[in-house]
Design a protein around this ligand. Structure first.
Ligand SMILES: Cc1cc2nc3c(=O)[nH]c(=O)nc-3n(C[C@H](O)[C@H](O)[C@H](O)COP(=O)(O)OP(=O)(O)OC[C@H]3O[C@@H](n4cnc5c(N)ncnc54)[C@H](O)[C@@H]3O)c2cc1C
Length: 305
């Protein structure tokens, strides 16, 4: 058997910013692109089912744990090639943002402070302030059933917090992104201000997965929904899920160890005792309240494993 770094019988909660999850029988640690391909090929040859995660900042692991192998993707390289940047899936998004800022490259500064890996960001088309990482992708290198290939941007089906990687079992290995030179000081100023604002919402050490539900693009909103909301709350063409949740009294609602923040309706916080089951129950209660009042079903931004 090839030499891989493997952890056995470890709680997945340790790998999740939400601090939820039972034991994984085995976790293969891929610390660069080559190791990731090696592990994927090895498990593929064994015809083994597997699960994959990176920084665990958008995921809720099951309380009962996982018996099939898990792969954790970390590390890797960032390189500039002409007017493009190549970044491996395991690179932290914050390191990629810093790389852009230090090389005076524009585009990613609005993603300052978003936790997670480049691969995780591509899967969820992560973003902030009206922009998403998919806007900057040229192509994505993927692994599928033992084959490595590139998907051009238009094949990735990027839309608000969505991509083809949520539909099909492609594994993201590496991405190629646009890079445009700009005035470095200006970019650094935007980045610092965004980080300051984010720190007000996400206090350090908070056990959470970021925003829980997706906002609602107005293109998807019915006339009936639009007639029930104050038009001033629409931001960047979306109705904030937090607004709908707060209007149905979500702030402070608790199930077991999971509570909705007192200061934000779309933020679930684990007090340390919270479980997958608590999260599911709380999500169900709040979805029902919103459905009753507005006739729409909120969709989770987080991913249940
Ligand atoms: C405090 C906080 C603030 C946040 N703010 C934002 C925000 O402003 N905007 C935003 O968009 N998100 C935000 N998030 C959510 C999260 O940071 C992003 O979704 C992030 O991109 C997830 O990356 P990850 O590496 O943690 O992915 P994980 O949580 O590890 O995985 C997420 C999903 O991607 C899959 N996956 C991971 N790596 C790969 C790979 N290489 N190939 C295939 N599938 C893979 C996993 O199977 C899983 O389904 C926030 C989260 C937190 C905790």
């Amino acid at each position: 058997m090839p030499l891989f770094k493997i952890s056995r019988n470890q709680f997945l909660a340790v790998y999740s910013t939400f601090s939820i999850g039972g034991k994984a029988k085995s976790i293969y640690h891929a610390e660069n692109r080559q190791e990731l391909i090696g592990i994927l090929d090895f498990l593929h040859k064994k015809r083994s089912r597997f699960g994959i995660f990176a920084c665990g900042s958008n995921i809720v692991f099951p309380d009962k744990g996982v018996t099939y192998p898990m792969i954790q993707v970390t590390g890797g390289k960032i390189r500039v090639h002409k007017s493009k940047v190549l970044a491996d899936a395991g690179v932290r998004l914050s390191d990629l943002v810093d790389f852009y800022l230090n090389k005076n490259l524009a585009g990613l500064e609005k993603f300052s402070g978003i936790p997670g890996s480049v691969g995780g960001a591509v899967v969820g088309n992560a973003g902030a302030y009206g922009e998403s990482i998919g806007d900057y992708i040229i192509k994505v290198e993927v692994w599928q059933n033992g084959q490595v290939k590139f998907l051009e941007r238009q094949m990735c089906k990027f839309s608000y917090r969505h991509s083809i990687f949520k539909e099909k079992p492609f594994i993201v290995l590496r991405v190629e992104l646009k890079a445009v030179s700009a005035e470095g000081m200006k970019l650094k100023k935007i980045s610092a201000e965004i980080i300051r604002l984010r720190e007000l919402k996400y206090k350090s050490g908070l056990k959470c997965p970021g925003s829980f539900f997706k906002n609602i693009p107005i293109a998807d909103a019915s006339d009936s929904l639009l007639s029930k909301i104050n038009q001033n709350v629409i931001k960047g063409g979306k109705i904030p899920a937090g607004y709908l949740l707060e209007s149905v009294g979500a702030k402070g609602v608790r199930v077991g160890g999971i509570k909705v923040a007192d200061y934000h309706g779309n933020l679930f916080i684990n007090d340390g005792q919270g479980t997958f089951a608590d999260v599911k129950k709380l999500a169900k209660i709040l979805k029902e309240r919103v459905k009753r009042k507005y006739g729409i079903t909120l969709e989770e931004e987080i991913r249940y494993f």
